[in-house]
Design a protein around this ligand. Sequence first.
Ligand code: ADP
Ligand code: ZN
Length: 220
Amino acid sequence: MKMIFLGAPGAGKGTQAENVSAAYGIPAISTGAIIRESVKNGTPAGMEAKSYMDSGSLVPDKVVIDIIKERLAQDDCEKGFILDGFPRTIIQAEELEKMGVDIDFAVTIEVPDENIVRRMSGRRVCPDCGASYHTEYKPSKDGESCDKCGAKLTTRHDDLPEVVLSRLKVYHEQTEPVKEFYNSRGKLLTVIGQEKVEDTTALTMKAVETGRMLATGRVE
Ligand code: ADP
Ligand code: ZN
């Protein structure tokens, strides 16, 4: 199964992609996490991406497309995958199609802007392994260090309130049209984001199951 998760920054698509990844045994690929890793390692792609990311803009299509091509060529993608945060522009969506990647469906998680801004202020990430947490909705066990590797959690620079506002603007202008791209192909499923993460998880699981049935034509 090949699926895409769409949604505003902070809508919870990363969390849901992880849930679906665990439930179906397919990798969740976050371009944001790959880019942050490249920035940390100081690779050429990382150095080019850093300033865009820090200001809340999108990283140039070419950089991200190269990253995704390399990642999808790896063995663990053979049975399928979840794309979290890609495509984020129409050009990226078209490029994915040109690569011959046949997406089964796209799930969009809808959350109003005012809730996004509130949520982002509580987001925390692990600087070492990339795991993400939220002070209110998904706290780590002790509230300050990573459950997976023990590193001290940090706030992403691009989660600062003023940067969040520009990321939302970028989302509405450049990424929202991608919903229509998949809708016009009969492949868009909409999930209304809920206050509680587990409620959004239940709806997301339903959407993925529906997408799977539509893609295979089988109710199992
Ligand atoms: P969020 O989903 O909360 O916005 P991500 O971790 O997915 O966070 O992305 C963080 C940043 O990484 C984006 O604001 C953008 O600068 C860059 N990025 C990630 N994916 C893409 C993409 N597909 N195209 C362009 N830039 C991207
Ligand atoms: Zn960690």
